[in-house]
Write a protein of this length. Sequence first.
Length: 445
Amino acid sequence: MDKVRNLAVRILSEVNEEGAYANVALARNLKKAELTEVDRRFLTELSYGAVKAGGTLDWMIRHYVNRPIRKIPPMIRNILRLGFYQIFYMDKVPPSAACNESVELAKKYGHPGIVKFVNAVLRAAVRAPEKCAFPSGKGHATEELALRSFHPQWLVRRWVKMFGYDATCALCTFDNEDAVLSLRTNTLKTTREELLSALASEGSVAEVSRWAPEGVLCRSHGALGAMASLQEGFFQVQDESSMQVAHVVAPQPGEFIIDCCSAPGGKTTHLAALMKNQGRIVAGDIYEHKLAKIEENAARLGISIIDTELLDARDVGRRFKSQADRVLVDAPCSGLGVLRRKPDARWKKDEAAIAKLPQLQLDILTSAAAAVRPGGVLVYSTCTIERAENEEVVEAFLATHPEFFLAETGSFLPTQPRVGSMVQLYPQVDGTDGFFIARMERKQQ
């Protein structure tokens, strides 16, 4: 039995049956397995691809089975998904190999009857691929786009209504591109030029970001965990759009800053770097293991001014009333701007859950505002492209808090300033993760 495919089906099972994050499951299995670089790349493509295409693969499989897919044993479902992904989306894998290796996996995880079932389904797909051809023609454009681009149909319909069909096509295409490793130089230890030299000496291919003065895009690299420049604290993995937030907060050395929803600490440690590790940052989160990750990152980066606290963001105002110079609310959100980096996330979202988020976001923002001193700054950000979670939350907050006013948020972007009191970055327009930022300031009393 092929070791890489066995690892891939286990990763699929962790993601689809146990709720694991695809990137975490893949990283954990890569760390444990002794694989060649070729096998590492093959495993990544297999597991990420089959996870990303999940709903589409299930739609295709249904055309070849005579039972509801939910009644197929979980591990066998994942073997079929993996097999279909290889047959229909991996040109370099011969269909015979995809079938044979899937059958070997079925022998490991199922009884003889299941083995015959897997063999029959996959060979039927190879013989008659037209059975699962996507619908096309008038009235089917949205459904066809959803299936072809590996996105839930409800989400594509939503985006078509919001942005139009062509922009939705571009957005879905962006979501399916391989995400470039984006790094933020830790300016407490090095410069961007020195980091680029260090990366080159490690065999990485990197270039400067046009979005952030600390940003580096790493086009080619080895195993991330093995990079000496990471271990020595020369950089933090962070997307270019996320790097904008700390610059909008614009913290100063010696100030007291609160980062309400801080895990895993990318923005928190960026704030500390801009403060030259002088002052105090309270980093709150409701999960202890996430706070531990912040502490781990801070130690690696040489940061000593971050105090982590087990804290519900809705209690920040009561806990620190009118004390903070600046408060960041990087609110929990639908995450629809970062689907490129989270291949499993698109299938774990639903409209009902998204509809509940704005009230939570407004509650957190309202609490955080109470912690801002007169003359202080309040920044609200999300990694989504939903107006209801972004502009509408800020507008609802300002309508009941006349002591705050919107600043010219766009002018604070470090290398790509723009006009606007609120900033919305769109993947299909800006070439970055989707991100929203609004800077508000509290009037002096």
